[in-house]
Design a protein around this ligand. Structure first.
Ligand code: ZN
Length: 228
């Protein structure tokens, strides 16, 4: 069941205060229309009636896909105790699920895209590091959080580079499934195994930490793996 709550928001531009509905939980299986709104960037989005400013509501959010057996939890630091207890209560019932925690709405949507496409998100994060390296060459210095998975075709994985306001700066593609399979292989050699039933944060920092626990004889940098 999806869960709607009511909160008070203040427009960051003009300061107008208003009671609005905010989704705390989405069951993608029962409410595919909410999933669609989310993927289009329209869920928990507010347009101020006074100044017309559009902004994303900051709210914790739980996404549940039953047939694809995954859950993603978007954390709001203001409500972390409550979220922690919700996750703890859920865990015994979702032992065979992929369980993820993310820290921003953009990461939330991205994680759902990755898991819905049936991909191993650790392998995708490693490829994002590669894609980020190639984008940095073209655009100059970029934040690690600037790159997002944006779907795949039969031959390419597509990534978007965004600025801090979400504006798309560029697109990068990586061969699929070859580079993806290679990424999985490299991670397996570092002891990575996809796990279920455990709430994890899998991002570029996680992959860097995993990579530098490398066995002898393997290349020192993931950046040199696919693009030389
Ligand atoms: Zn306003």
């Amino acid at each position: 069941m999806s869960l709607l709550d009511e909160i008070t928001v203040i427009c960051p531009r003009c300061g107008l205060s208003k009671h609005v509905g905010v989704f705390r939980s989405i069951n993608a299986t029962n409410d595919p229309n909410l999933k669609q709104l989310l993927l289009e960037g329209r869920l928990n989005w507010q347009t101020c009636e006074s100044c017309g400013n559009g902004f994303q509501l900051i709210a914790d959010l739980l996404y549940h896909d039953i047939p694809k057996t995954f859950m993603v939890s978007l954390d709001d630091p203001a409500r972390d105790v409550r979220q922690l207890s919700t996750r703890k209560e859920l865990t015994p019932f979702v032992r065979d699920y992929v369980l993820r925690i993310v820290g921003s709405h953009a990461q939330f949507v991205e994680k759902i895209r990755i898991l819905e496409d049936g991909l191993d998100d650790t392998a995708v994060e490693l490829l994002k590091l590669t894609a980020l390296t190639s984008a940095t060459r073209a655009l100059g210095g970029l934040r690690r959080g600037a790159i997002f998975y944006n779907g795949h075709s039969s031959s390419k994985l597509n990534f978007l580079v965004r600025d801090e306001h979400g504006v798309i700066l560029s697109e990068t593609e990586i061969p699929f499934p070859d580079a993806y399979a290679q990424s999985q292989k490299q991670l397996a050699s570092r002891g990575h195994r996809p796990t279920t039933g455990e709430w994890l944060t899998i991002n570029i920092d996680h992959v860097i930490a995993l990579w530098f626990r490398r066995p002898a004889g393997l290349p020192a940098s993931p950046m040199s793996m696919y693009w030389t």
